[in-house]
Design a protein around this ligand. Sequence first.
Ligand code: ZN
Length: 314
Amino acid sequence: MSDVIAFKHGPFSAISMGLPGDHAGKSAVRIFLVEGSDKTALIDSGIHVGYGQLKQAFEGLGKQVSDLDYLLLTHEHMDHVGNNAALKRDSDCTIFAHPARADRIADNMLNAKTIVHAFPEGEHFDLAEEYLDWMGPDAVPVERFYKEGDTIDLGGVTLEVVEVMGHSMGEVGFFDPASKTLIIADPLLPAFNPVLYLYEDAHVMRATFQKIIDFIRERGVETVMFAHEDPCGPEEAIAKAEDCRARVDAIEASLRRRIKASPGIGFAELRDQICDEFEKVREWRALVSIDASLRDFERRGLIRRQGDGWADAG
Ligand SMILES: [Zn+2]
């Protein structure tokens, strides 16, 4: 077995690619090759600089990249879509994704801007360095769409699509009933991640944590595989989901406390304080989560605008 293959389980082979920047030496992204008797699929394409590892992994399994039939994307984030164009070029694979983020997947600049430069506080982040470099120069459109409950037949292996929204509002995971394996890329993020928990909607995120817990119990899931940490059994995965819920709750509780303590506190200051409190790097992902919570608090009448910032209204 090639050493770029992190592990094998049932029809899945995990290919691991190290991440740069703040993640260097701390976290990697995993993508999963799935071998059916008719079709070969890849779950996510990884980070652009990892294309050599991806090719090596195929060779280690006695395959070529040109053997790839389906590219099944979990979500649009840069470390999951970086080799879409290269794989399309080298294999003419069919690219699948949830429709909610197909526009971003087809346009790297749009993808980067909507997440990094969506806020005035994000404008000083260098798009190329922070996001675009991870995806390479080209993007390609999604050709087929899937939603909750759809199945993908690879011949002897059938993957069921499970929507897991919140981290991205266009994210899916896959369940293989034969091996009782659930693959979810990013809804359960490891505590060792150097960046703040990225959620686009805290309520949807919490509903997804509960959905994952219920799914594991109801479907008898035996193995859960993730994009950024090692696979685990059902009880450990349920504990991870509970821990993720506690971490999202802690971010929101801290935001409420800080707004109460400093009426008029601004977005950038809140973000910096939260990143420091939770010992996370002060980067653009935190903007997404802080913005999501503030908009939600405002909608629910818990906070109100004061000057350029926020004050408690509860
Ligand atoms: Zn992600």
